[in-house]
Design a protein around this ligand. Structure first.
Ligand code: 5GP
Length: 576
C-alpha cells in the first residue's frame, strides 16, 4: 500500500489516495456493508478538510513563520480612527468597512493572541468579599490498626492551634499521603480538638480503632521539599522497569545502568522515587525503586556464590606487586594471600543501590585525587602506569612498598622499598596500616596507607595499582580516588596483539619473561569479568587496553581532564 504522502502540493494525490483506499482494502474486507462504510469514511468531506489542514500546518511548520508584529488590534484601531477622521476614497471606505467588521476584529485579536503566545487560561479575579476566616477543611478517613499513626502534633504557641509537627517516614500517616506537616487538626471523629492538649488528643487517638475521621485545615505552605531535583545519585545496579513486576506502571519506569548518574526529582513516595537521567533535557521523570525498597529487595534475594577474587596467580607483569606465588599451604586451601582488609562476605552484604553524588572539581589548594588503577594481571596496567609516570615524573608519583626482605646491594632504603623487620611489619598489619599485603618466598611485602599519603603530600598525583577489593577502603574524602579499570580486549584481539609480547612470570624461581600462553589470555579475561561484575559500580572510567598507545593516550586524556573538569563523587567526600 502506498504511504500516505503529506508533502506540500500533494492535495490531489492525497484525495486520489483516499478515494482508492477502499478498493485497495477490498480483498481484506468481508462484507459489502463494511466496504460501503469505508467508502463513506474515506469520501467524507470533513476528513479531506482535516487532511488539508494537517498538510497546511505541516507546510507552515516547515516555513516556521514569525509574526511581523504582535499588536495588530491596536494598529487596526488606530487605522480605523484615522480613516474615520478623513474624507475617503472608495478603496479607503472599503478598508474602513472591513476594519469595523466584528469578524475581522476577532481575526486580528486571534492573530495577536497567537503572536504573543498568550495561551494560558485567565482565571476569574479573586472575589473581594471573601471571608478571611473561612478556611477550606479537608475530611480524611484513615483505617487504623494496632500500628501507630506515625505523626506527631504540637500546640502552636501564639494561635493555640493543634498542628501536625512531623510525619514519620514510612509510617501509616506517611503512607496514606493525606496528612502533611503544618496541617491544622480541627476534629477527630467529630470531637473538636481546639480546646484539648496534645496529650489528650493522643489519648483519643490511642483509644480509637478502625476508621478514624479527621477534620483538618490543610497547611497553606507548599509542601515542596527544598531538595526537589537537587539530589543526584549514582546507580549502583542495572535496572529495567520492564522486567520489574513490582512497579505500579511499567511505562512510567526509568531504565538505567550501573554507574548512571540520576537526578532525583521526588522522594515523596517511600517505595517509588521519581528520577531523570542527569543532563536529560526531557523534563518528565520516571519511576525508580527507592533506596530502602531496593535494599529490601536485594536483601531478600538469595546471596549468589562468589567466584574467588584472587586465583593463585603466579604471574608477574612488568611492574611490581602483581605477583605472589602462593605457598603450598595456601594453594591447598585456595586462600587468598591478600588478606588484609579483605572481606568478600562484606561485599555481598553491602547491598549497592544508590550513592548520593555531587560534582567535584579540585581546588588548587587541595591535594590531587588518588588515581587507582585496577585490572587483571598481564593486561598492561603497569606499563600504562610506567608511561604516565615517565611522561612527567615531577607531577606523577607511585607508592614505595614495605618489605621484610633484606636490602639488595643496589637498592636504597625508601626508594625501591622501605625495609622493615618482620616484627614491625606484623605490628603494622595489626594496626591496619596496610591497604594490602602479601607473602612471597617467606618475605612480606605491602603497600601502606601512609605511602599513598606521602606521595600526595609531595603534591603529586599518586598512581596506585589497586586490588579491586581494597577500593572501598580507599574511597574516602582524604583520597577521593578516581578509579580506572584497565580491561583486556576480546580473546581474539589478545591473541593478535600479544602474540609477540612477554609477561614476566615468577613461575620459575628467576621470574623470567615468557610469552603469553592461551591460558594466560583466558585467565586475564575471566579475572576481568569477575572484577567487573563485582566492582564496576566503583569504576569512574574503563579503558580497554587493545592497542597500548591508544590506551595510553586515552588514559592520559582522562588524567588531564581530571585536573580541569568536575566529576561526580560521593557527597560524603565533600562535607567532611
Ligand atoms: P622482589 O623481592 O623481587 O623485589 O619482589 C618480590 C615480589 O613482591 C614481586 O613479585 C613484587 O611484585 C611483589 N611486591 C612488591 N611490592 C609489593 C607490595 O607492596 N605488595 C604486594 N602485595 N606485593 C609486592
Amino acid at each position: 500500500m502506498p504511504a500516505l504522502s503529506t508533502g506540500s502540493g500533494s492535495d490531489t494525490g492525497l484525495y486520489e489516495l483516499l478515494a482508492s483506499l477502499p478498493a485497495q482494502l477490498q480483498p481484506h474486507v468481508d462484507s459489502q456493508e463494511d466496504l460501503t462504510f469505508l467508502q463513506d469514511m474515506f469520501g467524507e468531506k470533513s476528513l479531506h478538510s482535516l487532511v488539508k489542514i494537517y498538510d497546511k500546518l505541516l507546510q507552515y511548520e516547515r516555513q516556521s513563520p514569525t509574526p511581523i508584529l504582535n499588536s495588530a488590534v491596536p494598529l487596526g484601531e488606530d487605522l480605523t480612527e484615522e480613516l474615520q477622521s478623513k474624507p475617503l476614497s472608495g478603496e479607503s471606505r472599503e478598508l474602513l468597512r472591513l476594519l469595523l467588521k466584528p469578524t475581522f476584529k476577532a481575526l486580528l485579536f486571534v492573530h495577536d493572541t497567537v503572536a504573543q503566545k498568550d495561551y494560558d487560561p485567565v482565571l476569574p479575579p479573586f472575589p473581594d468579599d471573601i471571608d478571611e476566616d473561612e478556611d477550606s477543611v479537608k475530611i480524611i478517613r484513615l483505617v487504623k490498626n494496632k500500628e501507630p499513626l506515625g505523626a506527631t502534633i504540637k500546640k502552636e504557641e501564639h494561635t493555640g492551634a493543634i498542628v501536625v509537627a512531623r510525619i514519620l517516614h514510612g509510617g501509616a500517616a506517611d503512607r496514606s499521603g493525606l496528612i502533611h506537616v503544618g496541617d491544622e487538626l480541627k476534629e477527630i471523629n467529630g470531637i473538636p480538638v481546639d480546646d484539648k492538649s496534645p496529650e489528650e488528643i493522643i489519648q483519643i487517638l490511642a483509644q480509637s480503632q478502625g476508621a478514624i475521621t479527621f477534620k483538618i485545615i490543610p497547611s497553606i505552605k507548599e509542601e515542596m521539599p527544598v531538595n526537589e531535583g537537587k539530589m543526584f545519585v549514582r546507580a549502583l545496579f542495572d535496572y529495567d522497569s520492564n522486567e520489574d513486576r513490582a512497579i505500579p506502571c511499567k511505562e512510567a519506569g526509568l531504565v538505567f545502568r550501573k554507574g548512571d548518574i540520576l537526578q532525583i526529582m521526588s522522594q515523596d513516595d517511600a517505595t517509588w522515587w521519581q528520577a531523570k537521567h542527569e543532563g536529560d533535557a526531557n523534563p518528565r521523570a520516571g519511576l525508580i525503586p527507592s533506596k530502602q525498597f531496593q535494599e529490601r529487595r536485594f536483601a531478600l534475594r538469595k546471596p549468589t556464590t562468589l567466584v574467588p577474587l584472587q586465583r593463585n596467580s603466579n604471574r608477574r607483569s612488568l611492574g611490581l606487586r602483581r605477583s605472589f606465588r602462593l605457598s603450598r599451604k595456601d594453594r591447598k586451601t585456595n586462600k587468598s594471600m591478600y588478606e588484609c582488609k579483605k572481606s568478600e562476605q562484606y561485599d555481598t552484604a553491602d547491598v549497592p543501590t544508590y550513592e548520593e553524588v555531587a560534582l567535584y572539581k579540585r581546588h588548587p589548594s587541595e591535594k590531587y585525587r588518588l588515581v587507582a588503577l585496577v585490572g587483571p594481571i598481564g593486561v598492561g596496567l603497569n606499563e600504562l602506569k610506567r608511561r604516565v609516570l615517565l611522561s612527567n615524573p615531577q607531577h606523577y608519583g607511585v607508592t614505595v612498598p614495605h618489605t621484610t626482605r633484606a636490602k639488595r646491594s643496589h637498592e636504597t632504603d625508601g626508594v625501591e622499598y622501605i625495609f622493615i623487620s618482620k616484627h614491625l611489619f606484623d605490628a603494622d598489619i595489626q594496626n591496619n596500616k596496610f591497604i594490602e599485603y602479601g607473602e612471597y618466598k617467606g618475605n612480606f611485602y605491602g603497600t601502606s596507607i601512609d605511602s599513598i599519603r606521602s606521595v600526595m603530600a609531595w603534591n603529586k598525583v599518586c598512581l596506585l595499582d589497586a586490588q579491586a577489593h581494597t577500593l572501598k577502603h580507599l574511597r574516602t574524602a582524604e583520597f577521593k580516588p578516581f578509579v580506572i579499570f584497565i580491561k583486556p580486549p576480546s580473546l581474539e584481539r589478545l591473541r593478535e596483539t600479544r602474540k609477540n609480547s612477554m609477561i614476566i612470570s615468577s613461575k620459575d624461581e628467576k621470574g623470567s619473561a615468557k610469552p603469553f600462553t592461551e591460558d594466560d589470555f583466558q585467565e586475564m579475561i575471566r579475572m576481568a569479568q569477575v572484577t567487573e561484575s563485582q566492582y564496576s559500580h566503583l569504576f569512574d572510567k574503563v579503558i580497554v587496553n587493545d592497542d597500548l598507545s591508544s590506551a595510553y593516550s586515552e588514559l592520559k586524556k582522562v588524567l588531564d581532564r581530571l585536573e580541569t573538569e568536575a566529576f561526580w563523587v560521593p557527597v560524603s567526600w565533600l562535607h567532611s
